[in-house]
Design a protein around this ligand. Structure first.
Ligand SMILES: NC(=O)c1ccc[n+]([C@@H]2O[C@H](COP(=O)([O-])OP(=O)(O)OC[C@H]3O[C@@H](n4cnc5c(N)ncnc54)[C@H](OP(=O)(O)O)[C@@H]3O)[C@@H](O)[C@H]2O)c1
Length: 336
C-alpha cells in the first residue's frame, strides 16, 4: 500500500480559510531528487497572496509552502554527497540558472506550481538541500530560507551595504524586513526602521535598531528623517506611497532596493530621482551563491526571529496572522 501523509492544500482561492488539510500520497523522489520528512515549515506573504488569488498562474490543487527543514528519507540518483537521516534546510528557488545577476525566466518557487512544504513530506532537487546550521532548531531553520535569501540579496548583493552606512528599513514587522535588520546590524550598519506598531518597534530596538518611527502616527516620516543624517540605502517591499517617500528620504547618490509591492504601484517624482542620482534596484529571491552565503551567517551565533509556532493543523490561523500583519518575524508551522 502506498504511504499517505497530511498536507495543507489549496483547491480554490478565497483567502486563508479556503485551505484544507488533506490525506495525500507521500511523494517519490524523481531523478536527482531527495524526499524530506519535514519537521517545520514557515509562512511567507506569497502564500497569503496565493490563497487570495492575487498571484499569477495559480495551479490547483496544490500544497503551499516554500520554506522547510527536516531529515532526508529517500534519495534518487546523484545525491551530491547527501545521506538519509541528514538534517537539512531547503532553498526554495528552483532553477535559478547560470547567471548570478538574474534568474532564468523558467525558474520557479517551491510551493506553487510544485507542491511545497506545508506537509509531512516533500520531494525537491538534491541541489536545493543544505546542511542545517547545527545551533538552530528545526523551527528556526525553517524560518530562514525565502525571507533570509531575499533579505541577503537585497542588502548585500544588490544594495552593497557597507559597515558604517545607514539603512532605512520600511515596515520592519515583515518576515523579510526582520532579516534585513538582523543582517544590517551584523554587518555593522546603522539601522532606522519604521512600523505600524509601537510594540514591533520596541522589538526592533531589542534587535539593535538605532532609530524607530511609527509610520501610522508619523505619516510624514520622510520629513522627520531629514534631521537624522544621510540615509545611504533604503530597503522596501511596501511600494505605493512608501516608495515615493523613500525617494525623498534617501541621500544624494543613495540606493533604494525594492523586492515587493504590498501596497501597490508607486508614482514617484522624477526630479529627485535624477537630480539626486538615486539608484532604484529591483531584486527577487536570490541565487544559489546568495543562499549559501546567507546560510553561513547562521552557522555562528545569529538567530532568526520566530514570531510564533503553530501546528500544521492550525495553518489557517497561522496564515490569518500574516494576512492581518500581526506578526513580528516569521510565523512557523511545527510538523509532527
Ligand atoms: N521578490 C521576492 O523575491 C519577494 C520575496 C519575499 C517577499 N516578497 C514580497 O515582499 C512583501 C513582504 O513579504 P513578507 O513575506 O516579508 O510579508 P509579511 O511578513 O506579511 O510582511 C508585510 C509587512 O509589510 C509592512 N507594511 C505594510 N504596509 C506598509 C506600509 N504602508 N509601509 C511600510 N510597511 C508596510 C508591514 O510592516 P509592519 O507590520 O511593521 O507595519 C507588514 O508586517 C510581499 O509583498 C511579498 O510578496 C517578495
Amino acid at each position: 500500500m502506498t504511504p499517505e501523509m497530511s498536507a495543507v492544500r489549496l483547491h480554490e482561492t478565497g483567502g486563508p480559510q479556503s485551505l484544507r488539510i488533506d490525506r495525500t500520497l507521500v511523494p517519490e523522489p524523481g531523478e536527482g531528487e531527495v524526499v524530506v520528512r519535514l519537521r517545520a515549515a514557515s509562512l511567507n506573504h506569497r502564500d497569503v497572496f496565493i490563497t487570495q488569488g492575487l498571484y499569477p498562474n495559480i495551479r490547483m490543487p496544490v500544497t503551499l509552502g516554500s520554506d522547510g527543514a527536516g531529515e532526508i528519507v529517500a534519495l534518487n540518483g546523484d545525491s551530491l554527497g547527501l545521506r538519509t537521516g541528514e538534517e537539512i534546510v531547503i532553498d526554495p528557488m528552483l532553477g535559478w540558472g547560470n547567471d548570478p545577476s538574474v534568474w532564468d525566466s523558467k525558474s520557479s518557487l517551491l510551493g506553487m506550481p510544485r507542491d511545497g512544504t506545508f506537509a509531512q513530506y516533500v520531494a525537491v532537487p538534491a541541489a536545493n538541500v543544505y546542511r542545517k546550521p547545527e545551533l538552530l532548531s528545526m523551527e528556526e531553520a525553517a524560518a530562514i530560507p525565502l525571507a533570509g535569501l531575499t533579505a541577503y540579496r537585497a542588502i548585500f548583493t544588490r544594495g552593497a551595504l557597507a559597515r558604517g552606512e545607514t539603512v532605512l528599513i520600511t515596515g520592519v514587522g515583515g518576515g523579510v524586513q526582520t532579516f534585513v535588520l538582523l543582517f544590517a546590524k551584523h554587518a555593522g550598519a546603522r539601522a532606522i526602521v519604521t512600523s505600524s506598531s509601537d510594540e514591533k518597534l520596541e522589538r526592533a530596538t531589542a534587535l539593535g535598531a538605532d532609530l524607530t518611527i511609527n509610520y501610522k502616527t508619523v505619516p510624514d516620516w520622510e520629513k522627520r528623517l531629514r534631521s537624522e543624517g544621510p540615509i545611504d540605502l533604503v530597503v522596501d517591499s511596501s511600494g505605493g506611497e512608501t516608495l515615493r517617500k523613500a525617494l525623498d528620504a534617501v541621500r544624494p547618490g543613495g540606493r533604494i532596493v525594492v523586492y515587493g509591492g504590498t501596497n501597490g504601484d508607486a508614482t514617484i517624482k522624477m526630479f529627485p530621482l535624477f537630480w539626486k542620482h538615486v539608484s532604484i534596484l529591483g531584486t527577487s529571491m536570490g541565487s544559489p551563491q546568495d543562499f549559501a552565503a546567507m546560510l553561513e551567517l547562521f552557522r555562528s551565533n545569529l538567530r532568526p526571529v520566530v514570531d510564533r509556532v503553530f501546528s500544521l493543523r492550525d495553518a489557517v490561523a497561522a496564515m490569518q496572522r500574516l494576512a492581518n500583519a500581526d506578526q513580528f518575524g516569521k510565523v512557523v508551522l511545527r510538523i509532527d
